[in-house]
Design a protein around this ligand. Structure first.
Ligand code: NIG
Ligand code: FE
Length: 390
């Protein structure tokens, strides 16, 4: 395997607390990294770097771990521009809009869905995302959910079965029968293509008992739970997530003190998705409260055509710092190591010997610029599995 030395790094976020300043982001200055094939082989001061087959000069700029976007919904067709326009004229967001995308997605060919996934992944990669999770949830029939997962699994290992996004319009009169489908025939068809099972636990979607039944059935089929919880209102989702040892409770916008305590004490990551609050003009999740209580926080895009049509982790970092009480260091950690924790991965989200060689070079002297210079395309080069890809 040829080795590559990336040197002249003004500031390097390693997320390895044994490096540099000893903070959680393990910040090294005047640093270098050696990539050996798909993995990181060496990290340290540039002056002590070993020789390698090729050298890349970072020209005194910042390098960070590739972003780990642990929550997106990329298998869809159509868009919801009209709904967005209506919201920006004062209408509020509701889960009902999902039906519009379900209709468009069912009508789309495999090729159209595949092309969409490829397009949004390329967009995300250019903005520094090297690991991403994506979900079904816009098919809501056995055939269409399995198709979505098959398409997603050609592009990532982090695939989530979300047959329980809303009750299918075909079952509007009999939600219990839809839960039976989601936990029976649909689950059987979908489980082979997925690693995770998710449910939208919310008024207008699935209640706590239904969510418990769905996640428990998924667990019995070898899927691991994650959950859309406490997005639009207070509810049982977060506590259920912790009880079932879900990897992640996602949104976490409406939390009681008991919810915060549960997240702080359990192993469930609180994944915050500020693109959704931005695009629905909703109240921000309180990252500061979660961090101060000791919860692990991840930051992701929720990229979907309804509530958060952004693939940009840097944009989410800027929002989290400006409006959710996070420091730039906390936000960068949450968008990298935090996302990895939400996917129960330790091979990504950090730059350390043996970790995957997933890195982003910023056209800036430090990672702080991601929040300091919002909206500026600072990601200038991306390595994934050791290969320069964007
Ligand atoms: O995570 N909350 C549920 N699902 C998505 C929105 C889906 C949509 O509106 O199409 C979310 O925000
Ligand atoms: Fe979502």
């Amino acid at each position: 395997m040829p080795t590559t030395l990336i040197t002249n790094i003004a500031s390097l976020v390693t997320n390895d607390p044994s490096q540099g300043d000893g903070s959680p982001i393990g910040l090294l200055t005047d640093a270098a990294v050696v990539l050996d094939g798909e993995n990181v082989a060496w990290v340290g001061p540039a002056a002590k770097a070993p020789a390698a087959d090729t050298t890349y000069d970072a020209e005194n700029r910042a390098v960070i771990p590739g972003f780990v976007d642990s929550h997106s919904h990329l298998v869809f067709a159509g868009d919801r521009t009209q709904e967005f326009n209506a919201r920006m004229s004062g209408r509020s967001y509701s889960a009902g809009g999902i039906r519009t995308t379900v209709a468009a997605t069912r009508a789309a060919s495999d090729e159209e869905l595949e092309a969409n996934v490829v397009r949004y992944l390329a967009e995300a990669l250019r903005q520094g995302t090297t690991t991403f999770e994506t979900k079904s949830g816009y098919g809501l029939t056995t055939e269409h959910e399995a198709r979505a997962l098959r398409i997603a699994s050609a592009h990532t290992d982090e695939v989530t079965y979300l047959g329980a996004h809303i009750v299918s319009p075909d079952y509007a009169e009999d939600p219990a029968a839809y839960v039976e489908l989601v936990t029976g025939e649909m689950l059987d068809a979908c489980a082979p293509h997925a690693r995770w099972i998710d449910v939208f636990c919310e008024k207008g979607a699935f209640d706590g008992d239904q969510a418990r039944a769905i996640l428990t059935a998924g667990k019995a089929k070898g899927l691991h739970p994650r959950i859309h919880a406490n997005q639009l209102s207070y509810g049982p989702g977060v506590q259920l997530a912790v009880e079932l040892d879900a990897a992640s409770a996602d949104h976490c916008t409406h939390l009681t003190d008991a919810d915060v305590d549960a997240l702080a004490q359990g192993d469930t990551v609180a994944t915050l998705l500020p693109g959704a609050e931005f695009s629905t003009r909703a109240e921000w999740p309180d990252a500061r409260r979660l961090l101060d209580a000791g919860a692990t926080v991840a930051l992701s895009t929720d990229c979907n055509p309804g509530s958060s049509f952004t693939s940009s982790v840097p944009f989410c970092i800027a929002l989290a710092v400006r409006d959710m009480g996070m420091t730039p260091d906390e936000a960068i950690w949450s968008a990298t190591a935090g996302g990895a924790a939400a996917l129960r991965r330790d091979d990504v989200g950090r730059i350390a010997v043996g970790a995957r060689a997933d890195l982003a070079l910023l056209d800036a002297p430090s990672h702080v610029h991601l929040a300091y210079r919002p909206g500026v395309p600072l990601v200038t080069r991306v390595w994934r599995r050791g290969e320069p890809v964007a």
